[in-house]
Write a protein that binds this ligand. Structure first.
Ligand code: ARG
Length: 460
């Protein structure tokens, strides 16, 4: 089969070379973007009089037919035509004849592929932002239902101070909010148009890049043709943001796995999000959050992979750069899959408020509050801390929690104690007393929830 670039060749390409160099089995995902870019390019060529208007029209009609066929799933891509760009150009030849050859005037596959990927990532980034919002909505919904649910807050995975479950969940809301902001910000850089850079040096034709940019809704054009065809940092940025986002998803998944274990029993995942064991009939495994945690690894891998591909490349285009695609597609698909599952999984989980409350009442996580109590009675914090350490030790030795220590016992440690200490030690009081901005006290959590709604409704 004759290649579109076959002129200077005397031999057919080796079959193995065709297979090795071909990218069509993955870059066919760019088909619609490739056509979108070509439509803008050819319209500009026609408007600038670089090709006759009727040729431009014929090409546009041909491309639109191919687009329709692709959407209807009626095309077959061929390895011999290497990649999506040449597959579509070949289809255009079959559709409208030799005039198809005018489409590539003033353009190279190098600026073409870069443009396709900008278009693709712009669309996907916008879609992923929406998916992140769906997860945020599920978090807010669970938080709303749990503004009175007390649970132990942890440091070092040791019970530290009681908190509201809503507060814990909302921590993830803000992580996702920053991920969303990062994605939105990256759109600024995705919105640079490479087309018009040619192979590397620009073109001899009097093209109008402003017009192409306008047709494709880009805010800017790469001001340097070498940079335009060599830059993949918009993809690196996307996968970096994706890696941070997956880190957040992974930490939340890990907590969901812990919370749904027999040891915690704080939440129960809906049956529809769990799987069983082929040997142990009693098991209900949290496979979904485990896989979310596991898939984080492949996104990090995609980032390191692309960084490594790019680090030693001289300008401008090198075939190595074709390796930018699979990691990008895989990251997009992993993020889409993960976020789509996370939202309904959070939404459908059951919160075991009694278990959480039992955990809070049977520990020493109110110890800080006795110290704060003594501080309000005039004792310096360091001294109070030392004293409460002793009280905790005493309580452990006598198999009591702090609410069970008698007033006489307290008074034997310090005359500053009065019977108002017991109200201070109630878990609910302990939580609500943390009424500083951003704290876990209910009043603050309600303010935080309102802020979360406002962010979701884009009124800041
Ligand atoms: N399939 C190629 C890629 O993805 C398109 C650009 C090819 N350019 C070239 N000069 N061979 O990188």
């Amino acid at each position: 089969m004759k290649k579109l670039w076959g002129g200077r060749f005397t031999k057919e390409t080796n079959k193995l070379v065709d297979e090795f160099t071909s990218s069509i089995h993955f870059d066919q995902r760019l088909a619609l973007e490739d056509i979108e870019g070509s439509l803008a390019h050819v319209q500009m060529l026609g408007e600038c009089g670089i090709i006759p208007a009727e040729d431009a029209d014929a090409i546009i009609i041909g491309l639109e037919k191919i687009e329709k066929k692709i959407i209807e799933g009626k095309v077959e891509f061929a390895v011999e035509h290497e990649d999506i760009h040449m597959n579509i150009e070949k289809m255009l030849h079959d559709e409208i004849g030799p005039v198809a050859g005018k489409l590539h005037t003033g353009r190279s596959r190098n600026d073409q592929v870069a443009t396709d990927m900008h278009l693709y990532l712009r669309r996907k980034t916008t879609e992923i932002i929406k998916l992140v919002e769906e997860v945020q909505k599920a978090i807010v919904r669970q938080a709303e239902e749990n503004v009175d649910t007390l649970m132990p807050g942890y440091t070092h995975l040791q019970r530290a101070q009681p908190i509201l479950f809503a507060h814990h969940l909302l921590a993830y809301f803000w992580m996702l909010e920053r991920d969303k902001e990062r994605l939105e910000d990256s759109l600024k850089r995705i919105n640079w148009l490479p087309l018009g850079a040619g192979a590397l040096a620009g073109t001899t034709f009097p093209i109008n890049r402003e017009r192409t940019a306008e047709l494709l809704h880009f805010d800017k054009m790469y001001p340097n043709s070498l940079d335009a065809v060599s830059d993949r940092d918009f993809i690196l940025e996307f996968i970096s943001i994706g890696s941070i986002l997956m880190t957040h998803i992974s930490r939340l998944s890990e907590e969901i796995i812990l919370w749904s274990s027999q040891e915690f029993q704080f939440i129960e995942l809906d049956d529809s999000f769990c799987t069983g064991s082929s040997i142990m009939p009693q098991k209900k495994n949290p496979d979904v959050p485990e896989l979310l945690r596991g898939k984080t690894g492949r996104v990090y891998g995609n980032l390191i992979g692309l960084l490594t591909v790019l680090k030693g490349l001289p300008l401008a285009y090198n075939k190595d750069m074709q390796e930018d695609k699979e990691g990008m597609f895989d990251t997009v698909e992993t993020l889409e899959g993960s976020l789509s599952l996370l939202a309904p999984m959070i939404d459908s989980m059951t919160v075991n408020q009694d278990k959480m409350y039992a955990a809070v009442s049977q520990d020493f996580s109110n110890a800080t509050d006795i110290a704060d109590y003594l501080v309000t009675k005039g004792l310096p914090f360091r001294q109070a801390h030392e004293l409460i350490g002793k009280i905790v030790l005493f309580a452990i030795e006598h198999q009591k929690f702090l609410l069970d220590v008698t007033l006489e016992e307290y008074k034997s440690f310090s005359p500053l104690f009065g019977d108002d200490i017991y109200a201070v030690l109630q878990p609910k009081h302990v939580v609500d007393a943390r009424n500083s901005y951003g704290g876990t006290g209910k009043q603050q959590v309600l303010i935080q929830l309102q802020l979360a709604y406002d962010n979701l409704n884009h009124k800041e």
